[in-house]
Design a protein around this ligand. Structure first.
Ligand code: NAD
Length: 332
């Protein structure tokens, strides 16, 4: 019998990598015995072109729709064995400009999904959370037991959904597993996040905005390593457990900018220093020893090679990012 996966947000950056991967559309190889239904609202961040390589796959069904719609969610969950939940509003800057959609989709949408999962006896839910729920850490790394102290409205809405997801395990015994991953990079990322934003602006001949003094530190993990971790948690993790996913490369935003300028053959004269983001977290860092020791997870993508391939992909696919973001300002 095939495992019927319901994948929310499967037309976004990470969700589409996951779907292409389990259906054999990437080099990581097909996962035997699964069929996939994608539920995605196709917001500005969702793009059917992200699923083009598997669009005709006989075991893929795409359903446009909102995870906050209880009737639609109930109908799809009824026919699912397991859920992998990626759908979210995901951009910190947008959450600072207005948090409504973040609370609606990330909190209410997750609750709608969990209630349906419980009602229909779904066997497993993987909730994809983020390292940003922990807040900011000057030194060291957070273990999964660290209290949550999110700062941005995005991170707060993800923390709320993460806790609601865990509450369904503790209260109802639903098999919920939570992942908290560091910053991802790779192809198909909507060009509002720093790496594709900078690369596409540089490729268009424009300038890039660097927040404050650029001293904030982020850990960069290739999206393929993230989804490998998510799939390990789905197949080999334990109910009610949280797994940090990390092992990427730590860089200040200034160091990252230098690397991106170099890969696009541009100089520092293309960088504009802009006022720092409100409440900008200084550093994130997850302790990922649990997933390493218990599930055998190891990141496989070398950062230098992965970044070069990523920049190469944006260079070779201008049609994708120009249609994904026709209104993004050029330069300035
Ligand atoms: P994304 O913004 O690229 O994609 C989100 C997807 O969700 C889009 O396809 C969008 O159309 C869909 N969506 C949004 N609202 C919806 C709704 N109400 N109903 C149905 N679909 C809806 O995001 P991403 O970067 O791929 O992130 C995916 C998940 O991973 C998110 O939960 C995010 O919090 C988490 N995460 C992201 C990162 C990262 O670096 N990008 C790191 C750790 C965790």
């Amino acid at each position: 019998m095939r495992t019927r996966l319901l994948v929310t947000g499967g037309a976004g950056f990470i969700g589409s990598h996951y779907v292409r991967s389990v259906l054999g559309g990437t080099s990581s190889g097909e996962v035997a015995g699964v069929s996939v239904t994608v539920l995605d609202k196709l917001t500005y961040a969702g793009n059917l072109a992200n699923l083009a390589t598997v669009a005709d796959h006989p075991r893929l069904r795409f359903v446009p729709g909102d995870i906050c719609d209880p009737d639609l969610v109930g109908e799809l969950v009824k026919d699912a064995d397991q859920i992998v939940h990626f759908a979210a509003e995901s951009h910190v800057d947008r959450s600072i400009a207005g948090g409504d959609e973040f609370v609606r989709t990330n909190v209410l949408g997750t609750q709608t999904l969990l209630a349906a999962a419980l009602r229909h006896g779904v066997e497993r839910v993987v909730h994809v959370s983020t390292d940003e729920v922990y807040g900011s850490i000057a030194e060291g790394s957070w273990p999964e037991s660290h209290p949550l102290a999110p700062n941005s409205p995005y991170a707060a809405s993800k923390a709320a959904s993460d806790l609601v997801a865990l509450s369904y395990h503790r209260t109802h015994g639903l098999d919920v597993r939570v992942t908290r991953c560091s910053n991802n990079y790779g192809p198909y990322q909507f060009p509002e996040k720093v790496i594709p934003l900078f690369v596409t602006r540089l490729l268009r001949g424009g300038t890039v905005p660097l927040y404050g003094d650029g001293s904030q530190v982020r850990e960069w993990l290739h999206v393929d390593d993230h989804i490998r971790g998510v799939e390990l948690v789905r197949t080999a993790g334990s109910p009610g457990e949280i797994y940090n996913i990390g092992g990427g490369t730590e860089l200040t935003n200034r160091e990252l900018t230098a690397l991106l300028l170099e890969s696009c053959e541009a100089g520092w004269n293309r960088v504009e220093h802009v006022t720092d983001r409100l409440g900008h977290d200084q550093r994130y860092s997850v302790d990922w020893s649990k997933i390493r020791d218990r599930l055998g997870y190891r990141p496989q993508q070398d950062f230098t090679a992965g970044l070069a391939r990523t920049v190469g992909w944006y260079r070779e696919n201008p049609g994708w990012w120009q249609s994904a973001s026709p209104d993004l300002p050029v330069g300035g």
